[in-house]
Design a protein around this ligand. Structure first.
Ligand code: HEM
Length: 493
């Protein structure tokens, strides 16, 4: 008996010692079982987390049910996680929605780190979204810009207020649909609304709460709340959508293909047929799914934010319009293309400043730690979820002077860029999980923004003033402006 008591005491002592040695980042105290779930503000998590950083510092820990979470909110620690120790932090958690919509982790965005991820990421970087491939899409992107300009021109004659947010979402969906699927859904009201409702529902699911992600044996609760059936329905709808697109590509006579270039599905089918990679149809559907979700509305959101800030900051608007119009005039064609934009310093600074203040994906995508690591002297356990608060880094007063002010000038004297090397500005992430769509996203944004500014004069609707143009945001993975940006427009002659 004495021996058993002695053994239990020894075990307790050992546990206590281990517990003492283990040092996790500070954070708000949670409740037993649920942890910090009840405190979390899901409507603007990046603002809530930035507030917590004032008390707990730039790395903090939370717990959602059984899942340990750390949040990183400084460029120095972001560099440690996404660069120095990237290999320890570059996986993704296996969450219910990710697993289902990615056909069991077959896509680029949600595959856990490993051999399959490395292969599929290489395919996306080398074959699907390389700068050479994006260059091959450029005539098509320019055609979409021309259509957008034509549409705005026709609306401008009625001297009504136009909803720029809606027009830009149409522009950016058309780009992705033509590039990825060889189709324009915007032309037909029925297919357009099917496309947008699928996108909305899929994106809403990414922020939906599933008990089973945080509590063991709680799948019955997700059944009870109807979350599983909602997920199943969306998955079936998306699957049918991708099935149709792939069949159209395999059998071009089945329905008229609008594609006059090799789109992403063509490339994937080609790789499959060449047996370069062991691809099933599910692989192709999963990759299409992530391109559809990650690529469609991010660019539109950024152009809306850039136009919002410019209309609120008349001086910046004037400078950037002058720079663009001079360049277009010099060229003599009244318009400019991607290569001309590379030399326009102020315009480039406007784009960077917009990314700094309004990153399209403010918390990046959640990472998961692979093995035990030490960050800033704190122990991080394997399978900890890691959020990087890019929104907070972009507004860190230790890095940026007057951080809440829109001042493109700050980038004129600075070499900081958003390509994943400068951790003060990482709207596309960095390291192994960095966004492979950077080239395409930036081209989409720059072409639309430059042309909107060259061809039109923009004004605040009568009765409103600059202060009335708000910067409120909608909840979701992509940070959209809450209220659509509605402006008066006049063609610039
Ligand atoms: C303004 C435009 C865009 C922004 C700001 C953006 C931002 C991001 C961010 C922050 C991530 C997560 C990085 C991380 O986890 O650390 C990401 C991942 C990803 N993005 Fe983008 N993105 C944009 C456009 C696109 C486009 C146009 C595509 C494809 C057509 C795309 C495809 C992807 C994919 C596949 C991933 C997952 C990468 C991985 O897990 O390894 N993105 N993006």
């Amino acid at each position: 008996m004495l021996f058993i008591i002695y053994f239990i005491l020894l075990l307790l002592l050992f546990k206590l010692k281990r517990h003492k040695q283990y040092r996790s980042p500070p954070g708000p105290k949670g409740l037993p079982i649920i942890g910090n779930l009840h405190q979390f503000d899901n409507s603007k998590p990046y603002v809530y987390l930035a507030e917590l950083a004032k008390t707990y510092g730039p790395i903090l820990s939370l717990r959602f049910g059984r899942v340990p979470i750390i949040v990183v909110q400084s460029s120095k620690i972001a560099k440690e996680v996404l660069h120095t120790q990237d290999l320890n932090f570059c996986s993704r958690p296996s969450m219910i929605v990710f697993q289902k919509l990615s056909y069991g982790g077959l896509d680029i965005g949600f595959a856990p780190y490993g051999e399959y991820f490395r292969e599929i990421k290489k395919i996306s970087v080398v074959y699907l979204l390389s700068s050479k491939r994006v260059d091959s899409f450029t005539p098509m992107l320019q055609d979409e810009v021309a259509r957008l300009m034509k549409k705005i021109n026709s609306l401008s004659s009625s001297s009504k207020v136009i909803n720029l947010s809606e027009l830009l979402l149409g522009y950016s969906s058309s780009n992705i649909c033509r590039i990825a699927f060889g189709k324009r859904y915007e032309d037909n009201e029925g297919s357009r609304s099917r496309f947008h409702s699928l996108l909305n529902e899929a994106q809403a699911l990414f922020t939906a709460f599933f008990f089973s992600d945080y509590f063991p044996y709680s799948g019955w609760l997700d059944k009870l709340t109807g979350q599983y059936s909602r997920l199943d329905k969306t998955f079936k709808d998306l699957d049918a959508f991708f099935e149709e697109i792939i069949s159209d590509h395999i059998n071009p006579n089945k329905s008229e293909s609008e594609s006059d270039h090799e789109d992403i599905i063509d490339v994937l089918l080609h790789l499959k047929n060449q047996r370069c990679f062991e691809f099933s149809m599910n692989h192709i559907k999963a990759i299409s799914m992530i391109i559809f979700i990650a690529g469609t509305d991010t660019s539109a959101a950024m152009v809306v934010w850039a136009m919002t800030e410019l209309i609120k900051n008349a001086n910046s608007l004037k400078i950037v319009q002058e720079e663009l119009r001079n360049a277009a005039q010099k060229k003599g064609e009244g318009s400019i293309d991607k290569t001309d934009l590379a030399n326009l310093e102020y315009f480039k600074a406007v784009v960077k400043e917009t990314f700094r203040l309004h990153p399209a994906v403010p918390l990046l995508a959640v990472h998961e730690s692979i093995k035990k690591s030490i960050i800033e002297g704190y122990d991080i356990q394997p399978k900890t979820q890691v959020y990087i608060n890019e929104w907070a880094i972009g507004r860190d007063p230790k890095i940026w002077k007057e951080p809440d002010k829109f001042m493109p000038e700050r980038f004129l004297e600075s070499t900081i860029d958003f390509k994943g090397y400068d951790f003060e500005l990482i709207p596309f992430g960095a390291g192994r999980r960095m966004c492979p769509g950077l080239n395409l996203g930036v081209t989409n944004i720059e072409l639309a923004l430059a042309n909107l500014l060259i061809h039109f004069d923009w004004e605040i609707p009568p009765g409103l003033n600059r202060k009335d143009i708000d910067t409120d945001t909608l909840p979701g993975i992509t940070m959209h402006k809450k209220n659509p940006l509605c402006l008066m427009v006049k063609p610039y002659l």
